[in-house]
Write a new protein. Sequence first.
Length: 57
Amino acid sequence: MRTTDKFDTVIDFDKIMRDTNETQKIGSDWHNGDWLHPNQAGYKKMGEAIDLNLFTN
């Protein structure tokens, strides 16, 4: 998905949320303690990463 031209855009939450040192895990500030699921700050970070202009004509 990241490398094809078949889509208008991709919102890459994996890239946005990953830990820079351990790329298989969510960054330490953005998970709920299990290194897998976002916490409130993680959901906020994902929401802020979305360009709302994608949804306008």
